[in-house]
Design a protein around this ligand. Structure first.
Ligand SMILES: [Zn+2]
Length: 358
């Protein structure tokens, strides 16, 4: 049987070439490479999934989840960097911030927007490993359009749709990018479902890392629930500063956030048991639709996490999520082991389809 889940992508996603990352002071090759998208697309197409192009959307939904200043910055920062002569005169071929306006720096001073692009870069980016180059904005915008197009498909009756988003998104907050993420594609999908009439949306984040950006975007909102299972950030893993069990939401969103950190080395049993807990809580929230932040980096072979989930584990996760009985938008997040990436994506979506399509 061919995989009945529509796959939405934008060819523009191939134009983002971060050309490495600056990690702990060294520029390294990085693993968030364009080939990821091709591997995923080819594997899903080979499994029989219909592949469709993302449709363009205006900024209405984006501006509900992101500070418009972040959108403007991402759209223009490469051109400003180039105009400042940084690539041509100094060989600085990607945007990398070097100073960050932390609370410790400002100590109560008003937050300014420095006119110099090399100063401004750290205002909207919180790490040194999320580089911007000439084609980045087209890819970032294309990924957000893919998420929104997949949400459109689900809003118009498809039980499941998959957005092949690259770059990924769940580390992007309302006003800052980082963690190889620029705009929060999962949050865009959730907001698009809301705009199309879903009163309540649950976001299930099964990436190996905590989706700090998605958590913070919906932290004080009652209409979008967020739950994540991820490697314990206190055990030395990104995003270090968020993803702990005590983070439960605030104001109208109090109780609407759930983090289940897992010990390094956790395999199928512990991972699926945690997913069971998240699914039970999502069910209690009674969502009209579900967004899945689909990271494939919890897999055993993945170089970016110490979790040890198998292909069978991902297939079971797809079934568990489908058992919620709600239409679901799967949004691609991490997943970096190219030889196994395609089979993992097929497994989880086959699992989801088995449940959703009967
Ligand atoms: Zn991840």
């Amino acid at each position: 049987m061919s995989l009945p889940v529509p796959v939405v992508w934008s060819e523009d996603c191939l134009r983002h070439d971060p050309a490495g990352e600056v990690w702990l002071g060294l520029r390294e090759p990085g693993t968030e490479v364009p080939a990821r998208a091709l591997v995923l697309r080819d594997a899903l197409a080979a499994a029989g999934a219909p592949v469709t192009a993302a449709r363009g959307h205006d900024d209405t939904v984006l501006r509900r989840v992101h500070d418009p200043a972040l959108l403007d910055h991402l759209a223009s920062v490469w051109a400003d960097w180039e105009a400042a002569g940084l690539p041509a005169e100094y060989g600085r071929d990607r945007v990398v911030p070097y100073v960050f306006p932390t609370p410790g720096l400002l100590a109560g001073l008003p937050l300014r927007t420095p006119p110099a692009v090399h100063g401004r870069a750290g205002l909207y980016c919180y790490d040194t490993m999320t580089l911007v180059g000439p084609g980045s904005w087209a890819a970032i915008r294309g990924a957000a359009d893919a998420a929104q197009t997949a949400a459109d498909l689900v809003s118009s009756g498809s039980p499941v749709a998959y957005a092949l988003c690259r770059p990924p998104g769940h580390h992007a907050t309302a006003s800052a990018y980082g963690g190889s993420c620029y705009l929060n594609n999962a949050a865009v999908a959730a907001q698009a479902l809301r705009a199309a009439g879903a009163a309540r949306v649950a976001v299930l984040d099964i990436d190996a890392h905590h989706g700090n950006g998605t958590q913070m975007i919906f932290y004080d909102r009652a209409d979008v629930w967020y739950g994540s299972l991820h490697v314990d950030p206190g055990a030395g893993w990104f995003p270090h500063y968020a993803g702990y069990p005590g983070e439960r939401g605030t104001g109208p969103g109090a109780g609407g956030n759930r983090n289940l950190p897992l010990a390094p080395g956790t395999g199928d049993d512990g991972w699926l048991a945690a997913l069971d807990v998240l699914c039970a809580e999502a069910r209690a929230f009674a969502p009209d639709a579900v967004v899945v932040s689909l990271g494939l980096d919890a897999a055993d072979a993945d170089p970016e996490s110490p979790l040890r989930v198998t292909e069978a584990g991902y297939r079971a996760a797809g079934r568990q999520i489908a058992a919620l009985g709600r239409p679901a938008v799967f949004v691609q997040e991490g997943g970096y082991h190219l030889p196994t990436l395609g089979a993992l994506a097929v497994a989880v979506l086959e699992g989801a389809a088995t449940g959703a399509y009967g």
